[in-house]
Ligand binder design. Structure first.
Ligand code: AHG
Ligand code: MN
Ligand code: MN
Ligand code: MN
Length: 335
């Protein structure tokens, strides 16, 4: 009937989160307001990404960030947009961004009880050639709102109250977890609203895809090298896995979440901590993976148990389908 052909009832992300929050009687709508500001940032970045070539947004900004990376114009612009959106929400207290060396403490008059850690634009190297990029965020709640300290964000990932990412791909998709499963929303550009399109995402128990920068193979440790070798030459006679690697964590993780498989950015001889940053890359993605029924492992422990010592700390990461991560865990345990 007509309802199949034409949608007339829209589960927007705001409506969805308000529904979810209404299950918590203590909720005061603060989270919904915060999320609305994050969504605004995502919509802005999405539209900037779409017209990057036209709006002279391609190329370098001329500065180097604390990671030693040359910032792209879109890295800088996205960071500014998210910073302003988060501060003006009146619901944040401490902000940690990949692009800023120090944490930003929001001035007392505009403070709220949330701390947000984020990667404003993930996959910078893919901007100029039109390949999918994204934004990653994780949210903590303050313990004590009077005297916020850096310790409030140096918490293990399992303490996050929410995490998500927005992918600027063939469509703009926002994937969110508030600790009760994972849901995906797609931006309807004509409405300017994110609509629930991927309810209750569960990652397949086992996948047929592995995702890694194999150009680093020369410097891998034993378990990683063995694992990837087995992906290509399975010992049990099963079919080899396919390799997919985009080089944007958001896009690689998004595919892993929907299709199953494993994404890894392991340690190597040159980078004993791998490349990806704990607070705003490893934690939010690990949170989502666990919420979707998968696992996330650092090579030593459950990723969400890690206690970061520094804002921009890095860690090796193996995340994805439960059974696939189980295999890599076994290899490291046998070391
Ligand atoms: P960012 O663009 O935010 O600095 O992150 C880049 C990261 C991540 O998106 C991706 O998984 C990884 O870098 C790719 O690294 P390689 O180019 O070393 O494979
Ligand atoms: Mn970067
Ligand atoms: Mn990144
Ligand atoms: Mn980035």
């Amino acid at each position: 009937h007509s309802a199949d052909a034409l949608r007339t009832d829209f589960m927007t992300i705001t409506r969805f989160v308000l529904n979810e929050q209404s299950k918590h009687p203590e909720s005061r709508g603060d989270f919904t307001i915060l999320l609305n500001h994050i969504v605004l940032g995502c919509k802005f970045v999405c539209s900037s990404v779409n017209k990057a070539g036209l709006a002279k947004l391609i190329g370098l900004a001329g500065e180097t960030n604390v990671q030693g990376e040359e910032q792209k114009k879109l890295d800088v612009l996205s960071n500014e947009v998210f910073m302003k959106a988060l501060i003006s929400s009146g619901r944040t207290c401490i902000l940690v961004s990949e692009e800023d060396e120090d944490a930003i403490f929001v001035e007392p008059s505009r403070r709220g009880r949330y701390c947000v850690v984020f990667d404003p634009l993930d996959g910078s190297s893919n901007i100029d050639c039109g390949v999918s990029i994204g934004t990653i965020f994780g949210i903590y709640t303050l313990k004590d709102t009077d005297e916020p300290t850096i310790e409030d964000v140096l918490q293990p990932g399992k303490n996050m109250v929410a995490a998500g990412y927005c992918m600027y791909g063939s469509s703009c998709t926002l994937v969110l977890s508030t600790g009760a499963g994972v849901n995906g929303f797609t931006l309807d550009p004509s409405l300017g609203e994110f609509i629930l399109t991927h309810p209750d995402i569960k990652i397949p128990q086992k996948g047929m895809i592995y995702s890694v920068n194999e150009g680093n193979a020369k410097n891998w440790d034993g378990p990683t090298a063995t694992y990837v070798d087995r992906c290509k030459f399975p010992e049990d006679g099963s079919s080899p896995k396919s390799l997919r690697y985009i080089g944007s964590m958001v896009a690689d993780v998004h595919r892993t979440l929907l299709y199953g498989g494993i994404f890894l950015y392991p340690a190597d001889k040159k980078n004993p901590d791998g490349k990806l940053r704990v607070l705003y890359e490893v934690f939010p993605m690990s949170f989502l993976m666990e919420q979707a029924g998968g696992q996330a492992f650092t090579g030593k422990q459950r990723a969400l148990d890690l206690v970061p010592q520094k804002l921009h700390e890095r860690s090796p990461i193996f995340l994805g389908s439960f059974d696939d991560v189980e295999e890599i865990k076994a290899l490291y345990a046998a070391e």
